[in-house]
Design a protein around this ligand. Structure first.
Ligand code: ZN
Length: 510
């Protein structure tokens, strides 16, 4: 009897329901409400998780118990949309029209690494308290060896019920591994990019109903937290959602601290559109023209290969995030602002968990776009920054004059000293700077889908001893930049006069 009731979509109206009853079965609920304007919607977005299905008239949202209690205080009428377990038939495991069990998923990831050990490594980024693991494969020629390559990331399904990207990511890994040495474009990507793919960022949400299937998947993690509101925010600071950082969030922040991703995408579902920065504020990104270019490239190819109106939502399949609805604590803005990585959000299908039969056509529509976006990692201005004397690689700031704002600059990274600045075509003045070195500005140009290599040597500051000491000075001390006494190799001279005045002089020679 209970099962039959659950299969029916039952709308609830009003304010009278007991909140404990509402949350008796699941840690999250899904509901819709009418909103007056964007200001009101953004205000409510601070309280509950606005869903990707939100349109001009009706907002859709998720909430846990405390979030929903806060929402009800606003006095807005709402309709709870009862979650019905999906009742799909899983087809053949071999044709990718299939959602694996959790164990099959982990075995598939292991099999990728076992079958292609020369180009593929499996990493376990961490286990959750459920015992489920966050897994990622790394794919590259000389995999695991740091080279002069950009690092690229695909991660999917941090919302556990948005699962098209889960299967598409698995299939993409399979496609790349089998294409290496056979397909020219794939071979080029594996030879020249450090590729990372994480098919399932929220395994506890996806397998909420148990490891055997995804039919009862939740958006939130096991603690009832929306992982895409759980990151530090450029505008709202740490903990914008009021929750501690979840294990999943710490795992992905740790990954971004370890691997210097220059470009990435985060796969979701519920709509069919590319969402590019920013989500938290209405400022346009410094590279807004580049974002529009790569987003259109993604959407256009999906429309062409998908047909039937696929991927044409909002502005012809692309949208500025904040234009759609504000998100605070999202990982897109975190990666862009704090990790200097260009990340956008891919909404892959109107159905969050598509019928498995629909997965092959979603693959056909998306895989050329997925490959093309990965190829963007190779484009723009790139090079290696070194010390002009020693030739040692340097971590230097790479900033474009009269262009970079809101943390859009990048850094070269050790141990190689390589930087990768993805840019819309144009002519730019780029300044390379590092403490202890003279800054250097170059003028250079780049075309879309092209690469311009600019290696840069920075000249270090150095010092000599001061030859003449003014006899009127009482003491004359020389220290280095860390204020340690030094024998003539210092760069700061402290002069104390008889009158007691202290003068500091930074001495530099070329
Ligand atoms: Zn999502």
């Amino acid at each position: 009897m209970k099962k039959i009731l659950l299969l029916v979509l039952i709308p609830f109206f009003g304010f009278s329901q007991n909140i404990d009853d509402i949350f008796s079965e699941r840690g999250e609920i899904y509901f819709s409400f009418k909103y007056k304007n964007k200001i009101q919607l953004n205000m409510i977005s601070d309280i509950v998780s606005i869903d990707h299905k939100t349109n001009a008239e009706l907002a859709y949202a998720y909430a846990n118990k405390s979030e929903f209690a806060d929402f009800r205080q606003k006095g807005i009428s709402y309709e709870i949309i009862k979650k019905k377990p999906l009742n799909y038939i899983n087809n053949s495991k071999n044709n990718w029209n299939y959602y694996p069990t959790y164990i099959e998923y982990t075995e598939t990831m292991q099999a990728f690494a076992d079958s292609f050990p020369n180009i593929c490594k499996l990493h376990n980024l961490g286990a959750l308290s459920s015992g489920r693991e966050i897994l990622i494969v790394q794919i590259s020629k000389n995999v695991g060896v740091k080279e002069n390559e950009p690092s690229f990331l695909y991660t999917s399904s941090m919302h556990g019920d948005e699962l098209a990207g889960y299967i598409l990511s698995l299939r993409l890994i399979d496609h790349i591994l089998n294409g290496y040495g056979n397909a020219l474009q794939i071979t080029e990507l594996v030879d020249n990019i450090d590729i990372w793919i994480n098919p399932l960022a929220n395994p506890d949400g996806a397998y909420y109903g148990g490891n055997q299937d995804v039919w009862s998947a939740t958006r939130y993690n096991a603690n009832g937290v929306d992982l895409n509101r759980n990151y530090p925010d450029p505008q709202d600071g740490p903990h914008p959602d009021g929750n501690i950082y979840q294990n999943e969030t710490n795992i992905f922040m740790g990954l971004a601290d370890t691997v210097n991703f220059t470009i990435s995408a985060n796969m979701h579902g519920g709509a069919e559109v590319c969402n590019y920065p920013w989500d938290t504020w209405s400022n346009l990104a410094a590279d807004n023209n580049w974002w529009e270019y790569v987003s259109h490239e993604y959407a256009d190819s999906c429309q062409e290969n998908g047909g039937n109106g696929y991927f044409n939502y909002l502005n012809d399949g692309i949208t500025n995030g904040n234009d759609w609805y504000e998100v605070d604590g999202g990982r897109q803005d975190y990666m862009n602002y704090f990790k200097y990585c260009r990340e956008f959000t891919l909404e892959l299908s109107d159905n969050k968990t598509p019928n498995p039969n629909a997965l092959p056509s979603l693959w056909n529509a998306n895989y050329p776009s997925l490959i093309n976006y990965m190829e963007q990692a190779l484009y723009g201005i790139r090079g290696i920054v070194t010390d002009s004397i020693t030739g040692n690689p340097l971590k230097a700031k790479v900033e474009i004059q009269s262009h970079d704002i809101d943390s859009s600059h990048v850094y070269s990274n050790l141990p190689i000293g390589n930087y990768h600045r993805h840019l819309y075509q144009g002519n730019y003045n780029i300044t390379f700077s590092k403490n202890g070195y003279y800054s250097k500005t170059i003028n250079t140009s780049v075309l879309n889908n092209n690469t311009n290599v600019e290696d840069v040597q920075l000249v270090p500051f150095s010092t000599t001893q001061v030859e003449e000491i003014n006899p009127s000075r009482k003491t004359n001390t020389t220290i280095d930049l860390l204020a340690r006494p030094s024998n003539g190799k210092s760069s700061i001279q402290i002069i104390k006069t008889k009158g007691g005045t202290i003068k500091k002089q930074i001495i530099i020679i070329h």
